[in-house]
Every structure is written in structure tokens, then in C-alpha cells.
Ligand binder design. Structure first.
Ligand code: ADQ
Length: 463
């Protein structure tokens, strides 16, 4: 009997693949293969307290969406608080930005319990459960408490820092011990895997069992790296659509005698946007010949505005971009166009295609799908250059990009200069190697590898 796949993530996308980000596309694909369910928060917050969430069901083709609302208290403590105010910064090595409020642990646990209860109402005996990300690290533990013997996997989309940084999280042991209630934990890179292996042994006293498993308190956990990919073909196909062609044509006309640089991120301090703007400033100071030659289009979609660090970042980016344009702009040219909003995937594909280089320079990133999307959207005969942070998970696979240290503004400025002046032959050579990797390790490869590994686990196995 084939098992149904039940995907669980904090949010469930609205189902319009053309508007969704890379993850949604990859998972919708896996769900279509298995005919499954996607469970998560609806995105709505209600003001009165909820005792138990009410599930809403809808269906799209052979995929069932099950969502529920959160009450204000849970949303603030679980989502804004513990998940995004404490866990996200710690996982990205930014302990300095983390806010630890003991009360929020209870909110996090309650929300994870709600997810587990919702799951138990719908799971069939053979179903595979695939949990996503740092918001839901306790769901397997809660499910086991409800006597679930399902195969339960977790994929962590963020990086996993060295044991010392993880240990800065108050109560880290109780959080990370709960990983042993999963059967499989998937991480983005081999580097993350090494950090987790060190943590499990040094901080929890877990015992290694073979190449890719650990045993602790009678439970066996498999840990493996599954670098997430994109649907490269589908992304390239967007270029044939009207909206993509219109924006390409418009940009080509507007920038006929200039080059475009592009950067696309969520407005998040892990993405290194202020450092990138400083590097651009450095470029124009060091290389006056590049002034008037290249404009950066920086698209940054705001989010998590309930968290103070995000409001501060937004203000800083605004200030730096104003200063850059004020100090270097000319009547007929500005160095930077900042757009603080989401852009449709078709327009993104057109923008990537028209750009001479992409600046993907996060300070730390689990993978970074923009790097892969940029490569997929290039003209193979005349491709642009990917400038990639060595601290993005993608750098482990895409070593042929122009790799930079995002903290080194002089180094990034030189890399942009190099990209602007790179010969077509060099660009083609680099792109050939990079796109081969993106196409081989695509979204389908990622989800199928994870699901196959999960299917291979013996559920609830005791030592
Ligand atoms: P994110 O931090 O959101 O994801 P990323 O990997 O870049 O980062 O994926 C973002 C997706 O959203 C991409 O498909 C991108 O095109 C799209 N996107 C981003 N900004 C946009 C904008 N302004 N307008 C329109 N679309 C936009 C988390 C982890 C990453 C990891 C992914 C997947 O933080 O490290 O790569 O999950 O595992």
C-alpha cells in the first residue's frame, strides 16, 4: 500500500504555485506525487483565546489543505516570540539579537501540541509525516505522547550553528532532545550535519550508531543532508510568459547603455542587505569608472514586523539606500532602486534574465533559493554572474560562483567589479558547471530523496 504524505509547516501557502516561493513549489510537487495533506496555520490571528484550534479543510486537485487560526497570545509567544525572536537568530548565529522570554516556551509548546492534536485527527496508519522547520521542533514529541507510531521526519530549512552557539539558547537540551522523537532529521548541508553531530554527542551524550544515526535514551535518529533545490525547468519556462517578457523588454530599453545588478530577499538581518549596500558604496568609491554603469535593483519583501530587530533593519536599509543615492546619484542615473514588496515569480524570472549579476550575499542562510533561480533564468549563451556568500548553504554546492565574504565590503566591491568586466567566455564556463548542479539536484530530487529516506526508517524503533 502506498503511504500518503502529510506535510506540516507553520504556514500553508494559498496554493497558487505561480505566486509561491521555492519551498511551496517543491512541496506541492511531492504532495501531488503522493496525494497528500498540507497542515498549518491559516495566517489569521483571532483576538479571543482559543482552547483547541478549529480545523478548516479545502481541496485542490488531489491535495487537501487543513488550516487553523491562532489566537493573539499564541501568535505573539510562539510565532513572533520563541520562533522568530529567539530560535531564528540563534540558528543564524545571531545570539546578540535573540530575546529570551521564559513565558514564550510555554506558548511554543502549546502551539506544537495543537499541531500534533490536529495531526492525530487525520492520520491514517501508514501515513508519512513530514514536518518543516524550526517552528515545529516539538511536534514529534507531542505526537509520540499521543501514541503515534508513524514515520515522522523533520526538515530544517535554516542553518544549524556550532554547538556553542546552540547552547546559548536557554533550555536548549529540552528542545533538542525532542529531535529524537523524529525518525529522520534532514539538514541543508554537510556543514550543518557536522554541527548537529557534535552537538548531539557533546551536549546530550548521544551515541553515534553507524554513519548517519545517533542513539539517545532508547531512540534512534537518522540525520542526513538533503540540499533543497528548485524546479529549474519550471522557473526557466516562466521566461516564455508575457509578464516576464514585458519586464525584460522594459528593462532592456531603460538600461540599454548600462548594466543591471539584482538582489532579491526577504527583509531579514540574515540576508546581509546593509552590508551589501555598503559594498556598493565601496564599489563606486574605489572604481569611479563603474559609476553610471551599473544600477542595483534590490527587492526586499518586509515581514515579521512584530519583531523589533526587523523594524530596526527596515529603517537602516532605508537610511543607507537614501544616502547612497543622495551621495552618488546623478540627474540621469541612480545607483540603487529599492523596492520593499514582493514581485511575481514571472517578473522575477524576467528581472534575473536581464541582470548582469546577482548579489546573493547573506551573512548566513540555510540554502538560498534565489541563487539557484538566478542561474536557471540565465541565457546559456550570454549568462550573468552569480556573486554568492560563502555563508549561504548554496555555496557548498555552487563553489564555481564568485564566492565572497559578505562582511568584507571591499572584497564584495571587487567581486562586483570583476563580474561587471568578466568575459562572455568566462561567464559561460562558470554558468555551465553551476546550472548542471542546479538541474541535477532539483526540487523533485530533494523531496524524493527525503521521502525515500523516511520510508526506509523503521518507525518508533526502540534500541
Ligand atoms: P528564505 O529565507 O525565505 O527561505 P530563500 O531560499 O531565498 O529564502 O527563498 C525565498 C523564496 O522566496 C525564493 O523562491 C524567492 O524567489 C522568493 N522571494 C524572496 N524575496 C522575494 C520578493 N521580494 N518577491 C518575490 N519573491 C521573493 C528559507 C531559508 C533559506 C532556504 C529556504 C528553502 O531561510 O535558507 O533556502 O527556506 O529551504
Amino acid at each position: 500500500m502506498t503511504s500518503r504524505l502529510v506535510v506540516v509547516s507553520n504556514r500553508v501557502p494559498d496554493g497558487h504555485a505561480s505566486a509561491a516561493g521555492g519551498l511551496a513549489v517543491a512541496l506541492l510537487d511531492a504532495l501531488r506525487d503522493h496525494g497528500g495533506v498540507w497542515l498549518g496555520w491559516s495566517g489569521h490571528v483571532v483576538d479571543s483565546d482559543i482552547d483547541a484550534p478549529r480545523l478548516r479543510h479545502s481541496r485542490q486537485a488531489n491535495i487537501r489543505r487543513v488550516t487553523f487560526d491562532l489566537d493573539r497570545r499564541t501568535h505573539d509567544g510562539y510565532y513572533c516570540g520563541y520562533s522568530n525572536g529567539a530560535l531564528w537568530p540563534v540558528l543564524h548565529g545571531r545570539v546578540d539579537l535573540a530575546r529570551f522570554d521564559p513565558g514564550q516556551w510555554e506558548d511554543y509548546r502549546r502551539a506544537n501540541r495543537w499541531f500534533a492534536h490536529a495531526l492525530m485527527q487525520m492520520l491514517g496508519e501508514q501515513d508519512l509525516v513530514w514536518i518543516h522547520d524550526y517552528h515545529l521542533l516539538l511536534v514529534a514529541q507531542e505526537l509520540r505522547g499521543l501514541l503515534s507510531r508513524h514515520r515522522i521526519g523533520l526538515f530544517l530549512h535554516t542553518p544549524l550553528p556550532a554547538p556553542d552557539a546552540l547552547a546559548a539558547l536557554p533550555g536548549h537540551q529540552r528542545l533538542l532532545e525532542a529531535l529524537f522523537d523524529f525518525d529522520l532529521v534532514g539538514l541543508q548541508t554537510r556543514g550543518d550535519l557536522a554541527h548537529l553531530a557534535d552537538y548531539l554527542q557533546a551536549e546530550l551524550g548521544a551515541r553515534r550508531d553507524g554513519d548517519d544515526a545517533f542513539v539517545h535514551r532508547g531512540r534512534r535518529l537518522r540525520v542526513q543532508a538533503f540540499p533543497i533545490g528548485i524546479d529549474a525547468e519550471a522557473f526557466r519556462d516562466l521566461l516564455r510568459e508575457r509578464e516576464a517578457q514585458d519586464i525584460q523588454g522594459l528593462l532592456r530599453r531603460q538600461y540599454a547603455r548600462r548594466e543591471l545588478l539584482v538582489a532579491v530577499d526577504r527583509m531579514d538581518y540574515s540576508k546581509g542587505i546593509p552590508q551589501r549596500l555598503q559594498a556598493l558604496r565601496e564599489l563606486y568609491s574605489r572604481h569611479p569608472e563603474d559609476r553610471g554603469r551599473a544600477t542595483l535593483i534590490q527587492i526586499a519583501v518586509p515581514g515579521r514586523e512584530g519583531v523589533q530587530a526587523y523594524r530596526e533593519l527596515s529603517a537602516e536599509v532605508e537610511r543607507l539606500s537614501g544616502a547612497l543615492n543622495g551621495d552618488f546619484g546623478e540627474l540621469e542615473w541612480i545607483p540603487l532602486r529599492l523596492l520593499r514588496r514582493a514581485v511575481s515569480r514571472r517578473r522575477l524570472a524576467g528581472l534575473f534574465h536581464a541582470s548582469k549579476a546577482a548579489l546573493v550575499t547573506p551573512l548566513r542562510d540555510g540554502m538560498n533559493l534565489v541563487a539557484k533561480e538566478y542561474l536557471a533564468a540565465q541565457d546559456r549563451q550570454d549568462p550573468g554572474v552569480l556573486i554568492l556568500s560563502r555563508f549561504a548553504g548554496a555555496a557548498e554546492q555552487l563553489g564555481g560562483a564568485v564566492l565572497v565574504n559578505p562582511y568584507d565590503v571591499e572584497g564584495v566591491a571587487e567581486a562586483i567589479h570583476q563580474a561587471l568586466h568578466m568575459s562572455r567566455e568566462q561567464r559561460c564556463e562558470r554558468h555551465r558547471e553551476l546550472i548542471a548542479c542546479v538541474e541535477q539536484h532539483d526540487a523533485r530530487w530533494w523531496s524524493r530523496s527525503f521521502v525515500a529516506a523516511l520510508q526506509g526508517c523503521k518507525p518508533g524503533l526502540q534500541e
